[in-house]
Design a protein around this ligand. Structure first.
Ligand SMILES: Cc1cc2nc3c(=O)[nH]c(=O)nc-3n(C[C@H](O)[C@H](O)[C@H](O)COP(=O)(O)OP(=O)(O)OC[C@H]3O[C@@H](n4cnc5c(N)ncnc54)[C@H](O)[C@@H]3O)c2cc1C
Length: 267
């Protein structure tokens, strides 16, 4: 691995200053993606800015009727939170289904959404519940945050502070797992709120996205029959050694029906 400097930030402002001072510096959350990329030679940042001891990024709390999840909250801490389990159980289950206990203990909400892996679970959940991503300088609707494969709206020197999740709405996320990692071969999240139904997809290969046709159909009629005949175009997916594009879009349809059934039986 190329030599690099490691610095611990005590405040978000330290991280912002250091990112500006050192081109190609990287923020370090739990290291679950970044360190692996460095070991493979896919990234060689001269400086790692460790966010592990920035207290404000570790906050998980109710915020009015909604929920604030700090960027450095681990998947395990969200999954175990009595608040999230009681009021946002769909998100608690999503977090509990990520990877294995070791990865959940280190991997963070902020690292997951900033990395924007096309098979990650959080992006689908946040898109479906209409969350807002908050940075050191602005608020970005989840819809505008994810820009495709490993791409987000974040500027190179921008620090994600956390996610603001609206008041609870019934939400279910289901995925067909890639058995070695538990990343989503395809994953579907459906949420039914006062402002309509949101259907979000992950794992198709081009980055997380909404499924507008399914949303329109379910807004007209919130029943499995509404999804009959709806299918994504395989062009909207990508194939790899785990699954073809055709298989992924087929799974999206199957999972959407299952997700809806679960939502109807255990809202
Ligand atoms: C074996 C394995 C299995 C996995 N299975 C799943 C799965 O089933 N589902 C799933 O969703 N995920 C899965 N993951 C991903 C994992 O859960 C982590 O969320 C992901 O790897 C990011 O890791 P991290 O939080 O440690 O961030 P890091 O690796 O530390 O950082 C990732 C990227 O985000 C940037 N970053 C981090 N924090 C911030 C911030 N606050 N502001 C701006 N940029 C930031 C970093 O600079 C880096 O570019 C798996 C990972 C592994 C290794």
């Amino acid at each position: 691995m190329t030599p690099f400097e490691h610095r611990r930030a005590g405040r978000v402002s330290d991280a912002v200053v250091w990112l500006r001072e050192t081109p190609d510096a990287k923020l370090l959350a739990g290291g679950q993606s970044l360190l692996a990329a460095m070991k493979l030679g896919l990234a060689a940042p001269p400086l790692l800015i460790d966010l592990g001891r920035v207290p404000e990024l570790l906050v998980l709390r109710e915020e009015g009727a909604g929920l604030w999840i700090g960027a450095m909250c681990t998947h395990a801490s969200v999954a175990a939170s009595p608040l999230v389990r009681a009021r946002w159980p769909g998100l608690a289950r999503l977090a509990a289904g990520i990877a294995d206990q070791q990865v959940r203990n280190r991997g963070t909400l902020g690292g997951s959404v900033s990395n924007a892996d096309p098979a990650a679970c959080w992006p689908a959940g946040l898109l479906a519940c209409g969350a807002t991503l908050v940075t050191d300088r602005r608020e970005i609707a989840a819809n505008d945050f994810f820009r495709g494969l490993f791409t987000t709206a974040l500027e190179p020197d921008e620090v994600l502070l956390g996610a603001r999740v609206p008041a609870p709405t019934p939400l279910v996320y289901l995925k067909e797992e890639q058995p070695a990692s538990r990343f989503a071969l395809t994953g579907v999240a459906i949420a039914r709120g006062a402002d309509g139904v949101r259907v979000a997809l992950t794992g198709l290969g081009h980055g997380p996205c909404r499924w507008p046709e399914a949303e329109a159909a379910l807004t007209r009629r919130f029943a499995p029959e509404a999804l009959a005949g709806l299918a994504l175009d395989p062009q909207q997916a990508a194939g790899d050694l785990h699954a073809s594009a055709e298989y992924r879009v087929h799974l999206a349809g199957v999972l959407a029906r299952r997700t809806l059934q679960q939502l109807l039986s255990h809202p």
